[in-house]
Design a binder for this molecule. Structure first.
Ligand code: SF4
Ligand code: FES
Length: 142
């Protein structure tokens, strides 16, 4: 299960990073910053249309951890803090979100997960054990 990582630069120091396999298509990004996240355009993320602080604030709201950022211009004190413990939150009708570093083993393959990760609860994801947004297609209501 290889990770796909896409980077959308804003100048030299800042970039929005998107991992499509982690995206659960909640569209929170599109609703929060529609001038930046344009699903019908290519590229679909336009970081030049918002200030860095607005981008960071929105990225921190991405529930699945699909969005992160690189900020080479930030001082060490501005770096996001690592989670001290794993937090889990069940989304009604959707995935369970885990926040924190996780050592995951799938079919004998070890991976280190960081930040937020959404795990499928509905069984319909084509990217198990992660959620890919398919719960919406099957009207999962548990
Ligand atoms: S999971 Fe993150 S990147 Fe995907 S649609 Fe939701 S807010 Fe946007
Ligand atoms: S919970 Fe999202 S695809 Fe299963």
């Amino acid at each position: 299960m290889s990770e796909i990582v896409k980077e959308y630069a804003k100048g030299e120091d800042f970039a929005v990073i998107w991992k499509p396999r982690k995206c659960i298509h909640s569209e929170i990004c599109v609703k929060t910053l529609p001038e930046v996240y344009k699903p019908k355009d290519k590229p679909w993320i336009r970081p030049e249309n918002a200030a860095v602080e607005a981008l960071k604030k929105q990225i921190d709201q991405c529930p699945s951890g699909a969005l992160t950022y690189r900020d080479s211009g930030a001082s060490a004190g501005d770096e996001p803090q690592a989670a001290a413990q794993i937090k889990a939150k069940v989304i009604p009708g959707g995935p369970v979100l885990f926040e924190g570093d996780i050592a995951l083993e799938v079919n004998g393959e070890n991976r280190k997960l960081e930040g937020s990760n959404a795990f499928c609860r509905c069984g319909a994801s084509t990217n198990k054990p992660f959620c890919d947004g398919s719960h919406r297609k099957i009207d999962f209501d548990s």
